[in-house]
Design a protein around this ligand. Sequence first.
Ligand code: GLN
Length: 540
Amino acid sequence: MGKYIFITGGVISSLGKGITSASIGRILEARGLKVSFLKFDPYINVDPGTMNPYQHGEVYVTEDGAETDLDLGHYERFTSAKMSRVNNVTSGQVYFAVISRERKGDYLGKTIQVIPHITDEIKERIRRVGEVSGADIIIVEIGGTVGDIESLPFLEAARQFRLDLGYDNVIYIHVTLIPYVKTSDELKTKPTQHSVGTLREIGIQPDVLICRTEKPLSNEVKEKISLFCNVQKEAVIEAPDVETIYQVPLTFKNQILDEIILSHFKLICRASNLNIWEEKVVKPILFPKDKTKIALVGKYVSLKDSYKSIYEAIAHAGIVNGIKVEIEPIDSESLEKKDQEKILKDVNGILVPGGFGYRGIEGKIKAIKFARENKIPFLGLCLGMQCAVIEFARNVLGLKEANSTEFKPKTEYSVICLLEEQKKVKELGGTMRLGSYPCKIRKNTLAFKVYQKSLIYERHRHRYEFNNKYRKLFEKKGMVFSGIYPQKNLVEIVELKKHPFFIAVQFHPEFKSKPDRAHPLFREFIKSTLIARERNNIEK
Ligand code: GLN
């Protein structure tokens, strides 16, 4: 039977519970344990798939095609755990399951209540992760902040879980904030005392406190927190702001958090091995040998979380190339004004990410034209590929009206369009081409040089596809279709011949990149920007 760690958050949101959970997974994996995760999101949406990125941040897609919270991305990047649709559960899913059963008559005669029916369903979802993963340790992160009305049923289920499984099999970790007050030059413990008090009212006494802080916690402060919150002093863990999120597991390890958890669980494990993590991931970030700059041309650039996995995949590519990659976010709509694309002159690479809807599209197309004509390395992802196709159709093939039917349903040249089967779909939730699909790569192409393989698997999240009617025409003018989904003959990768690095993919490679195993597309894209930079320097 697995052991369960519940992670809750106090005082404020955005304390980094996701990174904390992922880092705890990392230090336990380093002790030879198999870990898995469950993220509870207290909102009513069934999944984040239909939410605006500004509301929710990126939608992370799993191999099995679930549209999930971006924290699942952290879990996959920090550990070897494989996430699927069982690893993210929302209030919407829980209520939907219970109400569907009620309608079927499964509870006939009974009054359906939050306790026990909703809490039982929540506990069932927790157990399911244990069963499906076969993990030794299941880390359950409860979204929201203690004190929120919405997360109460999840906390209640977490409380009951220790009652069901026994003291040694469940541990509660509370992530909290110790604010620093500048005027009195003091760290304040009161908000944490209140937050732990609120948890205790629910019946949960945390065993460990992870204290987010800008300043080191003195011995005195730690003692105070320990006394007032009823937590052992060594279990008051300091979590200072760090330069890179990948340092967090090392911070925890240095405070023997792994040992504290293992001794609670009465587990004896092999010694920790985080050397490779430190040498191959953290050090290259802290001490880069060189730097490069790329532009990220998107619609949601003012919120970094909207492109979380892309930012991380770029950082991974920096690690493997030993350089720091500066990312200049550019709002694609702003490029639509006259001559604005000139601001792209200073970057060594252009990345156009995925997205939905017409707003900002013309700016993306302009950026791609600029990359193509000025031989600036270009990587297009999903909508980025569709825009690259539209740009080529308009400016190379001369099909001025070329468009995607997503933006102009009655366009004369529908180079991107819906497949027949998608035309019938009416509902928006969970109805796209989602999850992992195979892609065959043509030999002697840039794609083959990048992947060094002829069969790859990548994750998808889109509805529209390249229109095969135009394939010959594009090929004649120099676009290469280097990756194909063989079962349906769908275009997955396009590239250009007479260009140092111009490649665009219908899928989302960013979801599979890891800090110690950068995705080849990002790795090669970033490498190519260095060559472009040399050329730029010579020209200047
Ligand atoms: N909007 C496009 C589609 O649905 C692209 C989606 C994306 O970039 N994820 O096909």
